[in-house]
Design a protein around this ligand. Structure first.
Ligand SMILES: Nc1ncnc2c1ncn2[C@@H]1O[C@H](COP(=O)(O)OP(=O)(O)O)[C@@H](O)[C@H]1O
Ligand SMILES: [Mg+2]
Length: 426
């Protein structure tokens, strides 16, 4: 099993490669640092080594630059393994349906995630904007939309409350007594005033995605473009371009949240398999706080049994909700810090003793401190320098184009076909 190289340690004029072993990587890596210090480059370098070592990877990129960088360096023999999800390619939309579930476990998990995602997007401080009432309606509506052999998409939820033929058809497939009761007992007694109030509320949340052609075409399809279980088992290279500048911030957040939720559902099921059946899979998420819900903390704490090695990065600690921050420092095996601001330097100096606050504030760019997991134990802090980005392959830009064309055909669908199907369903 090949180790990957994170950077170089220079000590008394001796250079040593900082190697990260497979087993230790399944305990994850967390990286922090101001912008421009070299964070994305570390992820790109690691990911490229994984690709060369024939591992399966997923890279979630909120800027798009890292994906372009990787695409221009992918060895030819791995080109066909790339699954490139670029929502801004509106002519061949991929399908990403949060509510596509293949078994009861996924159904429960994804409906809970759906609720978490709404909190995350619309009420991150839990100030009551969402609340238990909306949660209850959303849960029952989602379960109803998912019922029946054809399943349903997130965007069909508001339709349940306006189209009584659709409501009837969906209800005829229900088997869960609690969801049946929701319709027969509760909704039957709900005044039309209250119903329309709730519908307005649903529309204020779903409307922006239904009315945006790019999002509607991605979220409104029922069957997902790719199957994450198979993708992990087949060691594919999943590149997700969530460039905020191109697709808009809220859209990027929602798509990232859905992807991570689907990935979690797939990963959690791997716990039932034996070690040898679990192909390691590596996940890279830059600015990860935007794409993770509360359930993510438990993924961090019970990592080994899933065969998932996560690499998470962000710029400063205040961006992380308290319990995620706690989970990062409590559970992540390898911590890496570049230059940070004064507030974070205080916290990091405590974690990285004997380093001091000043050490973190004065770090030159591309230099970092690391506490590396080695054989299941986290080392004392030491310093390192990152590896400079390697040059583009001679035919790099051509392979990017090849990957894009191949992906449109293999995973996307022509826009007109998608729009026709969605018009029927929505
Ligand atoms: N070790 C290095 N040597 C030379 N240039 C580097 C090195 N690491 C990163 N860079 C360059 O520095 C710039 C900022 O790096 P980047 O990884 O994007 O930082 P961040 O993600 O922290 O904002 C990029 O142009 C990158 O190519
Ligand atoms: Mg970056």
């Amino acid at each position: 099993m090949a180790n990957v190289c994170i950077g170089i340690n220079e000590f008394r004029s001796k250079s040593t490669r900082i190697e990260f072993a497979e087993k230790d990587r399944l305990r994850h890596l967390y990286m922090i640092g101001k912008t421009g210090v070299g964070k994305s480059t570390v992820f790109q370098n690691l990911c490229l080594q994984d690709i060369r070592n024939r591992h399966g990877v997923c890279f979630i990129d909120p800027h798009g630059d890292s994906i372009d960088w990787i695409l221009e360096r992918i060895p030819r023999e791995r080109l066909m393994d790339v699954v490139l999800f670029d929502p801004s390619d509106v002519e061949f939309p991929f399908a990403l349906n949060l509510l596509e579930a293949r078994d009861e476990f996924e159904k429960d998990f994804l409906v809970n995630e759906c609720i978490q995602i709404f909190y995350k997007l619309f009420d991150p401080g839990r100030t009551g904007i969402i609340g238990p009432q909306f949660e209850h309606w959303l849960r029952n509506a989602a379960l109803t939309v998912m019922a029946g052999p054809e399943g349903g998409s997130l965007l069909e939820i508001p339709k349940l409350f306006v189209d009584s033929a659709f409501e009837k058809k969906k209800r005829s497939h229900l088997t869960d007594p609690l969801v049946i009761d929701f319709w027969t007992k509760q909704m039957a007694k709900t005044s039309s005033f209250h119903k329309s109030e709730m519908l307005n509320y649903f529309m204020s949340k779903f409307g922006p995605f239904i009315n945006n052609a790019m999002m509607r075409n991605i979220l409104g399809q029922r069957a997902n473009s790719f199957d994450l279980d198979a993708l992990m088992d087949d060691r594919k290279i999943l590149l997700i371009n969530l460039s905020k500048g191109k697709i808009g911030e809220i859209n990027a957040h929602l798509l990232g949240l859905i992807l991570i939720s689907q990935l979690q559902a797939a990963v959690l099921k791997r716990a039932n398999r034996s070690n040898t059946e679990r192909t390691p899979f590596y996940l890279y998420v830059d600015e990860f706080q935007n794409f993770t819900t509360d359930t993510f903390a438990s993924l961090l704490s019970e990592s080994r049994k899933y065969g998932l090695g996560m690499h998470l990065a962000n710029q400063y600690l205040e961006q992380l909700p308290d319990h995620i921050r706690g989970s990062v420092f409590g559970n992540v095996g390898t911590l890496l810090s570049f230059e940070v601001g004064a507030e974070d330097a205080k916290v990091l100096a405590r974690e990285f003793a004997p380093m001091t606050e000043r050490d973190f504030i004065n770090l030159p760019r591309f230099n970092f401190y690391i506490k590396l997991m080695i054989d299941g134990k986290t080392s004392n802090a030491f310093s390192g320098v990152t590896i400079s980005p390697e040059p583009v392959l001679a035919d790099g830009s051509m392979s990017s184009e090849k990957v894009k064309t191949f992906n449109r055909l293999a995973y996307g669908r022509p826009r007109l076909m998608v729009e026709e199907a969605i018009q029927r369903d929505l």
